[in-house]
Design a protein around this ligand. Structure first.
Ligand code: GLN
Length: 483
C-alpha cells in the first residue's frame, strides 16, 4: 500500500481496501525500519494515529477531501503547534512552535495525516543535507551519496516510501535539486503562490514552499491544498488558484519548448546531458517543437544570489539571540557574552559563514558595491526570463550538473557546493515557477529534467510533466531495498 500515489490511495481509502489507521501504521513501521536514512527529525506517532482515526470517521461519513487520511510529512522549517520545529539547527533544538504555518493548517484541515518532521540543511542553507545539526540524510539510491538539499529529508522520505508526499522549500533550488537527486517530482511555485507564514525565513524575497511527490498528478493535488492568498503573508499574491488536476490531460501538440543554451554548456556532465536529450525527444514525440533560447545574464546568478541570500539571512537570523527563544548558552557573564556564545554555540559553520557574508555585504561602504549591484543583476536576470519566455511556452534544462555526489565530497569546499545549484538559482531570483521531473538514470542514479514556466503557470508545468509521466516510468522506479 505504501507504493500507491495520493490519487490511488484516495480510491483505496474510499473503497474500504484499507483504513487510514492501517495505512498510517504501515508507514510508521517503515520509518522505523529505515531509520538509518536519517530522513526524520521527529516522528509524531500518537498525533498521526489520532489524525488517521479522525480521517477514517470523515471517510465513513462521506465528507472527506482527496488528501483526507493520506500520510504526509512536513519539512522541519514549517512551524507545527506543540511540536518541535528545529529548522535543522541546534539553535531551535528546544523550540516548540506556538502556532501552525498556514501550509500546515491547510493540510490539517484537508485531513492529511502528518507522520512527522523532516530533516533538512540548517536553516535551509545547503545543497546536500550535510549541514543539519541532526546529521546527514542518506540518498536511498546509494546510501553513500547525498540526497541533495536543503529539503533532503523530504526527498529521501518520498523516494524511500517513508511518506506518500512531503513539503519542501526552495530558496535557490532546495525543492528541485533534492527531487532530482532522489528521483522524485518537485515543484517550486511562483514566488507568492504559497504562503510563507510560519515557514522559518532564510531569504524572504526568494523562499517559496512547494510539493515533493512521486508523480506530477500528486504534485497537483498537494499544490491545490497549499496554494492561495494568505493575508498573514504580505508577499502572498491574490491570484485565483486554478483546478490543477483538471488541466493535467491537455494535449502538448504545438507546445513550444526553449532550451537555454547556457544550460547545456561546459559544466554539465555528459551522462546527464544524454539523459535529458532523450527526455526532450519524448516531448518531440508528444507534439512539441524545440528551439534554442539565450539567457545572457545567467552566469551572474550564483554571485548575485550569494550576496542577496546571505544579506537577507543575516537580517532574518538576528532574531535568534539567546533571549527570546531558542538556544541559550550556559552561565553567561553579561549580555554580550550571552549573545555571542548563544549564537556561536547555536549556529553551525555554514550558517555563520552566510551571516558573516551578509553582514559584510550590507555594511556601510560595501552596500553599494555588493548589495545594490546584486539587486541590479537580479533585475537583468528577470529580464532574461521575460524575454526568453516571450518566445516559448516553457524552457527545459538540467536541474543539477551531475547526479548525486558522495557524502563528504564537497562539504569542505563551499564554492564547489554553491556551484551545484547553477541551474536552479536564477529561477528564484526571477520568481518564476519550475519543476524537477524524473527523466532517467545515469550510472544507477536519478537524473531530473527541469521545466521552467511563466509566472503562475504551475498548471502548465504540471500538465507538461504529467503527459511525460504517461509515456515514461522513471517516476515509478523504487530504490533497491525499499520495495
Ligand atoms: N543551496 C542553496 C543555498 O544553500 C539553496 C538552498 C535553498 O534553496 N534553500 O542557499
Amino acid at each position: 500500500m505504501y507504493n500507491k500515489t495520493i490519487a490511488e490511495l484516495a480510491k483505496s481509502l474510499r473503497s474500504g481496501e484499507f483504513s487510514s489507521v492501517e495505512l498510517t501504521l504501515a508507514f510508521l513501521d517503515r520509518i522505523k525500519q529505515h531509520g538509518s536514512l536519517n530522513a526524520y527529525v521527529t516522528i509524531t506517532e500518537d498525533l498521526a494515529l489520532q489524525a488517521a482515526k479522525t480521517a477514517d470517521i470523515r471517510l465513513a461519513a462521506g465528507n472527506a477531501e482527496l488528501l483526507t487520511g493520506i500520510p504526509i510529512a512536513q519539512k522541519d522549517i514549517f512551524c507545527t503547534e506543540g511540536i518541535k520545529t528545529s529548522c535543522g539547527s541546534r539553535m531551535l533544538d528546544n523550540f516548540i512552535a506556538p502556532y501552525n504555518a498556514t501550509v500546515v493548517d491547510k493540510f490539517n484541515s484537508a485531513g492529511a495525516v502528518m507522520l512527522g518532521k523532516l530533516n533538512m540543511d540548517e536553516f535551509a542553507m545547503g545543497s546536500s543535507n550535510e549541514t543539519s545539526y541532526y546529521g546527514a540524510v542518506k540518498n536511498p539510491w546509494n546510501i553513500n551519496a547525498v540526497p541533495g538539499g536543503s529539503s533532503g529529508g523530504s526527498a529521501a522520505a518520498v523516494a524511500a516510501r517513508l511518506a506518500v508526499c512531503a513539503t519542501g522549500t526552495d530558496t535557490g533550488g532546495s525543492i528541485r535539486q533534492p527531487a532530482a537527486l532522489c528521483g522524485i517530482t518537485g515543484l517550486k511555485p511562483t514566488y507568492g503562490r504559497v504562503s510563507r507564514y510560519g515557514m522559518i525565513a532564510y531569504a524572504s524575497s526568494l523562499d517559496q514552499g512547494g510539493p515533493m511527490t512521486r508523480s506530477a498528478e500528486d504534485a497537483a493535488l498537494m499544490l491545490q491544498t497549499m496554494a492561495g492568498f494568505d493575508d498573514k503573508d504580505s508577499t502572498s499574491v491574490d491570484v485565483s488558484v486554478p483546478d490543477y488536476r483538471a488541466g493535467l490531460n491537455n494535449s502538448l501538440e504545438g507546445l513550444k519548448i526553449g532550451l537555454p543554451k547556457e544550460f547545456f554548456g561546459e559544466g554539465l556532465s555528459s551522462d546527464v546531458a544524454a539523459t535529458l536529450e532523450a527526455a526532450i525527444n519524448e516531448y518531440r514525440k508528444l507534439g512539441a517543437t524545440v528551439t534554442e533560447v539565450s539567457m545572457p545574464s545567467l552566469k551572474l546568478a550564483i554571485p548575485a544570489y550569494y550576496v542577496i541570500a546571505p544579506a537577507e539571512c543575516s537580517a532574518n537570523l538576528s532574531r535568534f539571540d539567546g533571549v527570546r527563544f531558542g538556544y541559550r548558552c550556559e552561565n553567561p557573564v553579561d549580555l554580550t557574552d550571552l549573545y555571542t556564545r548563544s549564537r556561536g554555540e547555536g549556529f553551525g559553520k555554514e550558517v555563520k559563514r552566510r551571516i558573516l557574508m551578509g553582514t559584510y555585504a550590507l555594511s556601510a561602504g560595501y552596500y553599494d558595491a555588493y548589495y545594490i549591484k546584486a539587486q541590479k543583476v537580479r533585475r537583468l536576470i528577470s529580464e532574461d526570463f521575460k524575454r526568453a519566455l516571450a518566445e516559448v511556452d516553457v524552457m527545459m534544462g538540467p536541474v543539477t550538473p551531475s547526479t548525486a555526489f558522495g557524502i563528504g565530497e564537497k562539504i569542505d569546499n563551499p564554492i564547489e557546493m554553491y556551484l551545484s545549484d547553477i541551474y536552479t538559482i536564477a529561477i528564484n531570483l526571477a520568481g518564476v515557477p519550475a519543476m524537477s521531473v524524473p527523466a532517467g538514470f545515469a550510472k544507477g542514479l536519478p537524473v531530473g529534467l527541469q521545466i521552467i514556466g511563466h509566472y503562475f503557470a504551475e498548471d502548465k508545468l504540471l500538465n507538461i510533466a504529467h503527459q511525460y509521466q504517461q509515456v515514461t516510468d522513471w517516476h515509478t522506479q523504487i530504490p533497491k531495498g525499499f520495495e
